[in-house]
Design a protein around this ligand. Structure first.
Ligand SMILES: C[S@@+](CC[C@H](N)C(=O)[O-])C[C@H]1O[C@@H](n2cnc3c(N)ncnc32)[C@H](O)[C@@H]1O
Length: 354
């Protein structure tokens, strides 16, 4: 693998501030500009960030820092800053940066401790891209699905069949679900076909650092890494927590290569085995990737029409992600769609790219 990219801290902060502005978080763009000025002035942010300045860019230092402070807000420990954070019922106003810096100064040891954790998200919007592919797998196999998610985080996308999807032409899922995807697909040709029957017979996942979303701590962790002014993502996350409270979905702590090997050791007749992952691949070391590919190759050898295996993944492909499906027996591969990294909107049928 190439050496990890390291940028000077001022460039990292500037890059992240512009990325937040582009993605619609003007609040974080403003905060990060203030953090950069504070680092320049050797303020409290310099004490916390400069010792980590040589960490790889991919470690997302600014987002770990912002997430650590957001957690204080969500836990009710930073009322002045909460007054600016929509996630805590506030509204950004004059004094945002000053209140942010004062919060960091007051809670520096807690912020530092939490910065040691990686960014943990579980993006429910990705189910909107994956669900039509699950429907296609169910129709092609005529079998119930055995869903195995790698890098499942809190397992929210393992409950995808308990959400509601409606293209206006076909629909799928639970019509009473609080998680709703209506009209989020675009297509040059036909919209995705959500027709069934689609049945999930088994669901299970693994993650290097699984989160238990049935606990307050697990939910607060996922909330803290959302950007405070991104209302739509937060609303979807809260709705998915409600579903998770009703629908068990075990997520085992394991490296995905080892876990997939175990899960794919033997055929499971009468079910279509679906190995699925979304926005995980860039974090996976070469050894684990090789282990997964080898496990899939071996499963491809035992796969039959009565025990097929599908490898479904939504992973980065430039400015959008590709939704890709490989099918055994046979090993044919197709790109079904592209989608924004948070899942919606979904551009069905690829290429052309948006
Ligand atoms: C960006 S998150 C995506 C989570 C989820 N798939 C989603 O779409 O919301 C990446 C996840 O992959 C997990 N992960 C990274 N490398 C892994 C590995 N080698 N084995 C298992 N999980 C891994 C991380 O812990 C993290 O939860």
């Amino acid at each position: 693998m190439p050496a990890p990219r390291v940028l000077p801290l001022d460039e990292t902060l500037d890059h992240q501030s512009r990325a937040c502005a582009r993605a619609g978080s003007l609040l974080y763009a403003e905060v990060l500009a203030g953090v950069a000025a504070d680092v320049e002035a050797q303020g409290v942010c310099a004490d916390l960030l400069c010792p980590r300045a040589d960490e790889p860019f991919a470690s997302a230092l600014p987002l770990r820092f912002l997430g650590a402070v957001h957690r204080l807000v969500l836990d009710g420990r930073a009322p002045a800053l909460a007054a600016h954070y929509p996630s805590a019922g506030g509204e950004p106003g004059p004094g945002l940066v000053d209140d942010f810096l004062a919060t960091v100064a007051e809670h520096a040891p807690a912020v530092e401790a939490r910065m040691a954790h990686g960014v943990q998200t579980n993006e429910v919007g990705r189910s909107a891209a994956l669900a039509p592919a699950y429907a296609a797998i169910a129709r092609r196999s005529g079998l119930p699905l055995r869903v195995l998610e790698l890098g499942a985080s809190g397992g929210l996308n393992l409950r995808w069949d308990r959400y509601w999807y409606d293209t206006g032409v076909s629909h799928l899922g639970d019509p009473a679900s609080p998680v709703r995807f209506v009209g989020v697909w675009q297509a040059a040709g036909d919209l995705p076909d959500l027709s069934g029957p689609v049945e999930v017979a088994e669901r299970a996942g693994c993650d290097r650092h699984p989160l238990d979303v049935t606990t307050h701590d697990g939910r607060q962790t996922l909330r803290s890494y959302l950007w405070p002014d991104q209302v739509e993502r937060r609303t979807r996350l809260e709705a998915a927590f409600m579903v998770a409270a009703q629908v068990p979905a075990p997520v085992e702590q394991s490296d995905l290569g080892r876990w997939a090997e175990r899960q794919l050791a033997d055929p499971t007749p009468g079910m279509a085995t679906v190995v699925v992952h979304s926005i995980v691949w860039q974090y996976v070391e070469r050894a684990a990737r090789d282990r997964l590919r080898a496990a899939l190759r071996r499963a491809g050898e035992w796969a039959t029409p009565g025990a097929p295996v599908a490898w479904l993944r939504f992973e980065p492909a430039g400015p959008v992600g590709d939704l890709r499906l490989t099918w055994w027996p046979g090993g044919d591969e197709v790109v079904l769609a592209t989608a924004e990294y948070h899942g919606v909107p979904v551009y069905w049928g690829a290429p052309p790219r948006p």
